[in-house]
Design a binder for this molecule. Structure first.
Ligand code: PLP
Length: 270
């Protein structure tokens, strides 16, 4: 999307040692006079990392020092955050950045309405007006049916979100504990979203039964898919290797089955 807009995307690595969170120093080092936007996503796809207020503050301080940089905060996983960690968003924490912050959200995750294609944003008037021009001359508008459904989702009873959050936290724990019990895989317990980003360095270099080498996370994903019928995504697709991203937006029974298959697949490697 950045390339389509004639921009140059710069990935700032969010290292595992830092809980897959963006380090304020790394951010500051990456900012140049040509930097236009920071795209921040918490809780995150693909790592599930989320920021507490204390962790977010230093990043906002960096942005305060660079007034030419605008901020997109992608809050789509707002309601999928665990262990009692309160969700925080930059526009709420730092009113002085509001005039250059675009907060985006949608009904795809919390309300399981991916197919309705409905997202929304809040930000400075001039920016929203410009977005409306692009939208009205490209897709005209989101379908009126989706708009009505989204209003029902957002203004209806919200109590089920608590149950969903508890169910997702339980699934997260099943997956994290299951993966950590596999020799060659280690996995931090993410704060939110519905992904785990597991380190598979211990499996790289091992051989499959037919003698081929697992030489990358992509090779591991192919092996899991083709030989063991489990679909996971290589971390390298997201710019960090060797990791696998597993989505736990699935039933507990399917997740237990998947962990069993990954475990058997790892044991088959020599
Ligand atoms: C970080 C992030 N933002 C936004 C979305 C929502 O996408 P959409 O509203 O197009 O379903 C997703 C879904 O995968 C996501 O992971």
């Amino acid at each position: 999307m950045v390339l389509i807009a004639d921009g140059t995307p710069i990935n700032v690595t969010c290292r595992e040692e830092n809980g897959f969170r963006l380090d304020a120093g790394d951010l500051e080092a990456a900012i140049t006079p040509r930097t236009r936007w920071l795209l921040l996503n918490s809780p995150s796809n693909p790592t599930g990392a989320a920021y507490s207020e204390i962790q977010l503050r230093p990043i906002l301080e960096v942005l305060k020092r660079h007034p030419h940089v605008w901020l997109i905060s992608d809050d789509i996983y707002e309601h999928l955050i665990y262990d009692g960690l309160p969700f925080v968003t930059p526009a709420q924490l730092e009113p002085s950045l509001r005039s250059r912050t675009l907060t985006v959200n949608g009904v795809s995750k919390a309300y399981a309405m991916t197919g309705w294609r409905l997202g929304y944003g809040g930000g400075p008037k001039e920016l929203i007006a410009a977005m409306a021009v692009v939208q009205s001359q490209s897709t005209t508008n989101p379908s009126s049916i989706s708009q009505a459904a989204a209003i029902a989702a957002l203004s209806g009873p919200q109590d089920f979100l608590i149950e969903r959050r508890i169910a997702f936290q339980r699934r997260r724990d099943i997956v994290v504990d299951g993966l950590n019990a596999i020799n060659g895989i280690s996995c931090r317990r993410p704060e939110g979203a519905f992904y785990v980003f597991a380190n598979c360095a211990g499996l790289i270099g091992r051989h499959t039964a037919d003698g081929s080498v697992i030489d990358s996370d992509a090779a591991l994903c192919r092996y899991l898919l083709e030989r063991h019928n489990v679909a996971v995504v290589p971390g390298s697709c997201f710019g960090l290797a060797p990791y696998i991203r597993l989505s736990y937006a699935a039933s507990e029974a399917n997740l237990i089955e998947a962990i069993g298959r990954i475990s058997a697949a790892a044991m088959e490697l020599s």
